[in-house]
Design a protein around this ligand. Sequence first.
Ligand SMILES: Cc1ncc(COP(=O)(O)O)c(C=O)c1O
Ligand SMILES: N[C@@H](CCCC[NH3+])C(=O)O
Length: 442
Amino acid sequence: MNEQITAADLNAEHHLTVGGVDTLALAEQYQTPLYVYDTGAIRDEIAAFKEVFERNHVAYQISYASKAFAAVAMYQLAAQAGIHCDVVSGGEMYTAKQAGFPMDHLSFHGNNKSLDELTMALDSGVGCIMVDNFYELQLLTKLTTEREQKTTIMLRIAPGISAHTHEYISTGQEDSKFGFDLNSGQADTAVKQAQAAPYLDLVGIHCHIGSQIFELDGFKMIVDKLITVFAKWQQELDFYPQIMNVGGGFGVKYTSEDQPLKPTEFVDAILKETIAQTKALNVPMLEIWIEPGRSLVATAGMTLYTLGASKDIPGIRKYLAVDGGMGDNIRPALYDAKYEAVLAKNPSLPSEQVVSLAGKYCESGDMLIWNQQLPATQPGDVLAVLDTGAYGYSMASNYNRNPRPAVVFCEDGKSQLVVQRESYADLTRLDLPLLTPAKAES
Ligand SMILES: Cc1ncc(COP(=O)(O)O)c(C=O)c1O
Ligand SMILES: N[C@@H](CCCC[NH3+])C(=O)O
């Protein structure tokens, strides 16, 4: 059996369950493709992060990076769990607002926030703006001065440290579009400008080195580098950051080949390094913020698909096609990301075939999994692709005019639809007919 599934995940009929709900019943009730989440697992991850901070007696904030999975119900779950959220667009901010999320618990990120988005953040009382560049700093200084509105900010710093991950999801290196460059002194200038802005309250420094990180080194390096800079800023600029935000990026296990540390082990190491370095450099102990996205939701989610066509090329490969693909999970095509799938009706059956799981989109690259071992299958069987909870639904598209799937939350044996399946009518809702009058036949 797939090592990510245990006997406890199967019910008496050997069907795969999620949050105690039978996945075959979910496929039947809500149709496929379907994103399903074990929300108890998300709550457990949040509780585990809190426990590490509390065990180390460090003041903290957990800010869920909602780009990983944003929906009204997810912001509500985050609010129930008492954590903050990050948003990176007017759309995410709006969704959080619609969810009734406390806006002062939002942080607003982005490397090109528009005037409209910044105004929306100020109008709705967003808790902290993560200023990314000089253009934004000037815009925000002007806006807050005109409005005479005190606004809490942090500066996002590019520390010049590369994380060992896919280059598209590595963000901390010097050559990055995000943040004020530390090594060239841009960050020092930004601190001075923020200090001079009458309505900006610079409470801390932010840094995020990338996503799906498996090693501690990068995190330890940013802690060391930031605290060294903080010591310098104390002396030279009389600037004492209260908060050090180390971002997210904690790697998760997608396949049996992945051997990540537990997300909480990353945090434990970050806290211990911070305690040691602040003591060593005589910097007051900092409040630590983290921004986990993937690690809160990835393994709590899976996607259910129904098998359809197959193509067996003798001596080459057997393709099995599912009723979704790159429109609901772009990660394999975009990052060569790996996933594993199981047969929902009995994940413990022995493997009888090696297949490659194709999507239904008009692209040869629309492949979800290469070389997956599976028991015997037939059209109509439900497959569960595991660990799709992060950057699946949130990066979904309507490519080929396929409606996006529904999302269902499951917990304690009960399921709840939280995002409806798009309909064909939804697809044309924003389309307008051609205005040019038909040419008269001559
Ligand atoms: C600023 C920032 N914070 C947090 C995250 C969340 O990262 P992850 O989903 O890898 O935890 C990201 C995405 O990489 C990010 O850009
Ligand atoms: N979307 C990426 C992660 C990007 C993180 C955003 N800064 C992924 O699926 O892995």
